[in-house]
Design a binder for this molecule. Structure first.
Ligand SMILES: [Zn+2]
Ligand SMILES: [Zn+2]
Length: 299
């Protein structure tokens, strides 16, 4: 992964070149700025995808979306995005009030994702406990924000990109997403516990079918195997289970995502090395990396 030009002023999304993914927030649960998270980042979940057709998708509005919003405004890009929400936990919503394009009347945001996601976005601004969280009400936002509500019922098509969803195994549910554009396949699944003991939910085999032949698979990897016994039912996976999914699906590149808040940079690096060793032991040629805030990958 290379580090993008964060300033990128005046640049329009690239058209007709390639699909690009940029990580603006890679952390799970809570933002953790500071010296221990300089490499992989401390902001919570936010990922930007520039489709080959020139359209832009943002997944989740964790705290990473603030910097993305600043860049979009400084770049004077006309902000027109599809915003896909995996679920409504705080670490996936809390940056939305600080995404400055919502205060610009020229902005258009098409929201889709998990059922109730629109309710979650509104609840940040309008709640039933006395409007104490934020001084602006949802109705006062200047952007045009519309809820398209397709992905929980079937596929969503953006020009020649087909986006499909799969339910997460996570407390209170959620959705993971698969993007197919021409011959490129990207899968993004976070906040997902891979286990055979998911009687009402999806099992690893179901996810492997969904992720089959992904060029890039971005998946939750909050825990190590040692940490799992105390965290079963939390809705997150360890790196061995995540690697197992990548191998079953024949994914070419695995990006570990949703780093635990207490995980320091060298510990994330060690997880990647362990994971790559496990892949080598199994004679698999998948490339393993950890999502790094500010980095970009190209499909
Ligand atoms: Zn999360
Ligand atoms: Zn969650």
């Amino acid at each position: 992964m290379k580090t993008p030009d964060r300033k990128g002023h005046g640049k329009k999304p690239d058209c007709g070149e390639t699909m690009k993914v940029r990580f603006w927030g890679t952390r799970g649960s809570v933002p953790v700025p500071g010296k221990d998270t300089l490499v992989y980042g401390g902001n919570t979940c936010c990922v930007e995808i520039d489709l080959e057709c020139g359209k832009k998708v943002i997944i989740d509005t964790g705290t990473g979306i603030r910097v993305l919003g600043d860049r979009m405004i400084k770049g004077e890009e006309k902000v027109e995005v599809h915003l896909l929400l995996t679920h409504g936990h705080w670490d996936h919503l809390q940056g939305f009030p600080f995404f400055d394009p919502i205060f610009n009347p020229a902005t258009k945001i098409f929201v889709d994702g998990t059922p109730k996601c629109m309710k979650g976005l509104r609840a940040i601004f309008e709640n039933k406990v006395g409007d104490i969280f934020f001084p602006v009400r949802f109705g006062e936002l200047r952007a045009r924000i519309s809820y398209i509500d397709k992905l929980s019922h079937g596929p969503l098509r953006i020009e020649n990109t087909l986006i499909e969803a799969i339910p997460l195994h996570h407390p209170q549910g959620g959705l993971g997403f698969r993007f197919q554009e021409d011959d490129k396949k990207l899968v993004f699944i976070t906040d997902n516990e891979l286990t055979e003991e998911a009687p009402a939910g999806m099992r690893p085999g179901d996810y492997a079918r969904f992720c089959r032949d992904a060029d890039v698979l971005i998946h939750d990897c909050q825990f190590t195997q040692d940490e799992m016994p105390k965290h079963r039912g939390w809705g997150h996976s360890d790196y061995a289970k995540t690697l197992d999914l990548a191998l079953r699906a024949h994914a070419k590149r695995l990006i570990l995502f949703h780093h635990a808040p207490a995980r320091k940079d060298p510990e994330v690096t060690a997880i990647v090395a362990n994971c790559q060793d496990l892949a080598t032991e199994r004679s698999a040629d998948v490339v393993v990396e950890a999502a790094r805030e500010g980095s970009e990958l190209i499909l």
